[in-house]
Design a protein around this ligand. Structure first.
Ligand SMILES: Cc1cc2nc3c(=O)[nH]c(=O)nc-3n(C[C@H](O)[C@H](O)[C@H](O)COP(=O)(O)O)c2cc1C
Length: 181
């Protein structure tokens, strides 16, 4: 069947769901879920996000030029969903959802304790693209909970990252497939 062109991305799924935490110029915390997110360079380490222009997250990144990417797991699905609701600018979705701030190592914005891993990022550049703005960040510090990273590999089945299918639907990875060669 033919897809409506504006829905093309729906079969480019599931995509990892992350919470982006930021501070505004007044030092107030914000956190929101995003899934238009991808690594775009290893050296230097760069990550790209696509944000709708009205997002407080985008305003905060413009104000403070930094953000934290928090990798979400099944354990925090309900809290992530609350963070996706519309709150007035300046209200901390981390507090509203019952999540906990995690002290950052390099940037000023806090991470979120209950996540699988964290990338502290500095804004590299932004580019308006269609109905979103692509934000490219340089990863200054990357950390993962010890229990989810063994012998240099991500323990996907243990970490249970939330994968966004669209709307209220998420997938949780349950099996790893390998080519027979
Ligand atoms: C799982 C999930 C993924 C989302 N992905 C994106 C995205 O990639 N880009 C975007 O602009 N909004 C996305 N949204 C919508 C924002 O999270 C939502 O509008 C939120 O209220 C924005 O908060 P903010 O204004 O504090 O930044 C997503 C929502 C959910 C629940």
């Amino acid at each position: 069947m033919k897809l409506e062109l504006e829905n093309f991305y729906k079969i480019l799924a599931p995509r990892p769901a992350v919470l982006i935490s930021t501070l505004d110029a007044r030092g107030r915390t914000n956190a929101a879920p995003f899934s238009f997110v991808m690594p775009v360079s290893r050296t230097p380490p760069l990550i790209a996000l696509a944000l709708a222009p009205q997002r407080h997250t985008l305003a905060n990144i413009r104000e403070t030029r930094e953000f934290v990417v928090n990798i979400a797991s099944e354990e925090i699905l309900e809290e992530l969903w609350i963070c996706g609701k519309s709150f007035p600018k300046g209200v901390s979705e981390i507090k509203e959802s019952g999540l906990t701030e995690r002290k950052p190592k390099i940037v000023k914005a806090p991470g979120i304790e209950q996540c699988i891993g964290w990338f502290e990022c500095a804004l590299e550049f932004e580019k308006e693209t269609g109905d979103h703005v692509i934000v490219v960040g340089r990863v200054l510090n990357a950390e993962v909970k010890d229990e989810f990273f063994r012998e240099g590999e991500f323990d996907l089945l243990k970490a249970k990252p939330l994968m966004h299918l669209g709307g209220e639907n998420f997938a949780i990875p349950e099996r790893i497939a390998r080519p027979q060669k």
